[in-house]
Design a protein around this ligand. Structure first.
Ligand code: ZN
Length: 182
């Protein structure tokens, strides 16, 4: 089922997600709906807050972003990304590389807003899957950026918090309009 995506201005986007203690049937259904909603909106990631649930659950799929490559490693071996998408991450934790990279970023909760954001170039991810099994991988490129963006959402952090102040000022009126829309 496709769920409505929460738009900037809704306080749920600022809530830190509660850890998922047990992957119940309800959580599995929510994850399925989030994947469907993300694909429908042509996004590469969606956090639970963006469908109104402040919990530590996010989904990602970078397999169609061919012009923005990513690499993924499991236990040090590079793997074929498409075989691991869509990804469902429960209670994810990140370890960020010191090296950073600027790149264009958008967010399904901020329609028509794009900005250059600096992020760690590479990330190590530890999480659980929907069976409660541990998932661990390393990523760079778009997948690294998308995971960091989604884990920010799970902590109530939005990409506007990561923009340079000049960029944020230049987007001021657009952001105000979004926050005030009915
Ligand atoms: Zn977002």
């Amino acid at each position: 089922m496709i769920r409505e995506i929460v738009i900037y201005g809704d306080p749920v986007l600022r809530k830190k997600g509660k850890p998922v203690r047990e992957t119940t049937e309800e959580i599995r259904r929510l994850a399925e709906d989030m994947i469907e909603t993300m694909h429908d909106a042509h996004g590469v990631g969606l956090a639970a807050q963006q469908v109104g649930e402040a919990i530590q659950l996010t989904v990602l799929d970078v397999s169609d972003a061919e012009n923005r490559p990513s690499r993924m490693w499991i236990e040090g071996e590079e793997v074929a990304i498409k075989e691991h998408m869509p990804l469902v991450l429960v209670n994810p934790e990140l370890e960020l590389s010191k090296e950073t990279e600027a790149g264009p970023e958008g967010c399904l909760s901020f329609p028509e807003i794009n900005a250059e954001i600096s992020r760690a170039a590479r990330v190590k991810v530890k999480a659980l899957d929907l069976e409660g099994k541990s998932v661990a991988f390393e990523a760079d490129g778009l997948l690294s950026r998308a995971v960091q963006h989604e884990v920010d959402h799970l902590n109530g952090i939005l990409f506007i918090d990561r923009m340079s102040s000049a960029t944020k000022v230049s987007l001021g009126s657009k952001l105000k309009k979004l926050a005030e829309r009915e």
